[in-house]
Design a protein around this ligand. Structure first.
Ligand code: HEM
Length: 569
């Protein structure tokens, strides 16, 4: 492998000039900030450095180097930025210098991007990108990692700790074409080795690019896998740009996908929840058999390798490119849909659980309502039973009474007694007297009604004024002889007396006297023999009743006097 300086108008390359006078330093691919500084300083248009791109020590000030090691290797400071360039020169020295010459060489070798037909990084490929590019080497598709970067390297000349810079003799080299021819031959031989070594990679099931789809597929949903597969396309596209300049592409791709996928995914993952299964942990390039060496060792006689502190762990340029790639970012942005979909799915699951819970509660409530309805129905049935028990005749009466429930029309026959109709209550209490008795008081309730018949119905119910215990009770009918004022008063008393009184109604006064009095055989003595009654509606609208009687021991004497007030309309 030939190490050339990537600077414009610089022809320094490996093995040229005085030994160790010039060292070569890799671009700080892993330090994007410093890489930008380097690229600005280099001022190469449409050119992207790779891990095979170097700048020689002539472009750095002396203070850019911290020290020299015992073996005289230069050590570039981690913060060093190249500043010495001859950009205005078209050429420097005989035979052409630097970039222009190498471009010509590359074109002669047929390694333009157009020929590859797989896209390019820029309009031109630098000589450093094409160090190993030539028709012969392109036929060799596989390279072992061990051979990747050290085809002509003597292990002892490599600083494993630093080994990314190379020293060689400086100055123009008239024999450069010959040297390049030798180098290319060496590269071809190396490529053959690479091809041999890479067969194991194919045997492992990788695709033609050496990249398995699974390598780009973060664990997760099918959508994530699909989006992940887009990365493979992105990588493939990016890697195609590398193909002309890096003949050992399969292994580089293999390494590339290992290095790039996490970082590329990490762009989006950094914005995603850490718990996401899509979170990718960047995998640091290891010294695994598939990983390329971290240094490039020149031929021992003329070259030395020196590492750059900031680039001690080699990083593929694709990593830098893809990490900033719009396509990659765009693809990564698709993962947000995965996360969003997962979030939505999670929310849907949560909502579904809530709905199921609510449905359970609703079912429970419906059962309670059903039980309540059943209880209400049973209570209504009990209530109906109680009503029937307390008023067993009510349904029958309801069926017999007029639908309007209006009181029956007063029979005109009893119209002269209509002033007696109604419910009356004693007011004040009635007074009982008789020669054989101590005066007493009593309460009495009177109901005088009709049902449309030519008669009035009556009931007199007396109570003790203090104890309210029932006392004397009687009921019967008052009839009027049609078209006369003659009245018959028929009564049955709880004392076992049955009597018929007759009389006249005159205005609002009714006077009747006993026509016949009968009693039970075991009626208490003294027996009543005559009874007279007088009803009148007084000026106050009260009903008054006076009862006189004659017994077997006492002549006709007043026994009762009471005034009622009407309590119904
Ligand atoms: C028209 C209806 C009534 C008749 C025919 C009647 C008849 C009699 C007779 C014959 C006696 C027995 C008198 C005696 O022992 O010498 C008596 C007693 C008595 N009556 Fe009447 N009575 C009538 C209405 C009432 C009423 C409405 C009361 C009200 C509470 C009443 C309360 C009493 C009392 C307290 C005694 C005395 C003790 C008793 O023998 O039970 N009577 N009645």
């Amino acid at each position: 492998m030939v190490i050339c300086c990537a600077a414009v108008n610089c022809s320094n390359r490996q093995g040229k000039g005085e030994k160790r006078a010039v060292s070569f330093h890799r671009f700080p691919l892993k330090d994007s900030k410093r890489l930008i500084q380097w690229l600005k300083a280099v001022q190469r248009d449409n050119w992207t450095p790779t891990k095979y791109s170097f700048l020689c020590s002539e472009h750095f000030t002396k203070d850019s180097f911290s020290k020299r090691l015992e073996d005289q290797h230069r050590l570039l400071k981690p913060t060093a930025v190249p500043s010495i360039f001859h950009l205005s020169e078209k050429k420097r020295g005989a035979g052409g210098h630097g970039h222009a010459r190498r471009k010509t060489t590359a074109a002669m070798r047929g390694h333009t991007s157009a020929e590859t037909g797989k896209g390019t990084i820029g309009s031109s490929l630098s000589s450093s990108d094409n160090l190993m590019a030539k028709p012969e080497s392109r036929k060799l598709k596989r390279a072992s990692p061990q051979d990747d970067a050290a085809p002509k390297v003597t292990p002892g000349a490599v600083s494993q700790e630093q080994g990314q810079s190379l020293e060689k003799t400086p100055g123009d080299d008239p024999a450069a074409p010959l040297a390049r021819g030798q180098e290319e031959a060496q590269a071809s031989a190396t490529e053959a080795d690479h091809q041999k070594a890479s067969s194991s990679t194919d045997a492992e099931g990788a695709d033609k690019s050496g990249i398995s789809m699974d390598d780009f597929t973060p664990p997760g949903s099918g959508a994530c896998k699909f989006i992940g597969s887009l990365h493979s396309y992105s990588f493939s596209s990016k890697h195609t740009r590398e193909r002309p300049s890096v003949p050992r592409e399969p292994m580089d791709r293999k390494r590339l996908k290992r290095e790039m996928e996490p970082r590329c995914s990490g762009n989006s993952v950094a914005q995603s929840p850490p718990s996401s299964s899509l979170t990718a942990t960047p995998q640091k390039a290891s010294q695994s058999p598939s990983a390329p060496p971290t240094d490039v060792t020149p031929k021992p006689a003329a070259e030395a390798v020196q590492s750059e502190h900031s680039d001690a762990s080699p990083m593929s340029i694709n990593e830098v490119i893809l990490s900033a790639s719009g396509a990659c970012k765009l693809i990564d942005s698709l993962h947000s849909y995965c996360f969003s979909a997962r979030q939505n799915k999670s929310q849907v699951c949560c909502l579904r659980e809530q709905v199921e819970k609510k449905n359970g509660e609703l079912k429970s409530l419906r059962q309670k309502v059903s039980r309540s309805d059943s209880q209400v129905r049973k209570l209504r049935e009990k209530l109906d039973e109680l009503r029937r028990a307390s008023l067993p005749y009510l349904p029958y009466l309801s069926g017999l009474l007029p639908p309007s429930h209006e009181p029956p029309k007063l029979n005109p026959v009893v119209e002269p007694l209509s002033w007696m109709l109604g419910t009356w209550l004693s007011d004040p209490p009635g007074v009982g007297t008789f020669p054989t008795l101590q005066p007493f008081q009593y309460l009495e309730e009177v109901h005088i009604s009709h049902v449309g018949q030519p008669m009035l119905n009556f009931s007199f119910n007396s109570f003790h004024p203090e104890t309210h215990k029932p006392m004397h009770r009687e009921c019967g009918f008052i009839r009027l002889k049609p078209d006369t004022n003659k009245v018959a008063f028929v009564s049955a008393q709880n004392t076992g007396i049955v009597e018929v009184e007759e009389g006249e109604v005159n205005g609002q006064e009714l006077c009747v006297s006993s026509h016949s009095v009968s009693r039970i055989s075991f009626a208490k003595e003294p027996h009543v023999e005559q009874i007279t009654r007088k009803f009148r509606l007084n000026s106050e609208g009260k009903l008054e009743q006076t009862v006189s009687m004659a017994t077997t021991t006492q002549p006709m004497t007043q026994h009762l006097h009471i005034t009622y007030k009407k309590v119904t309309p």
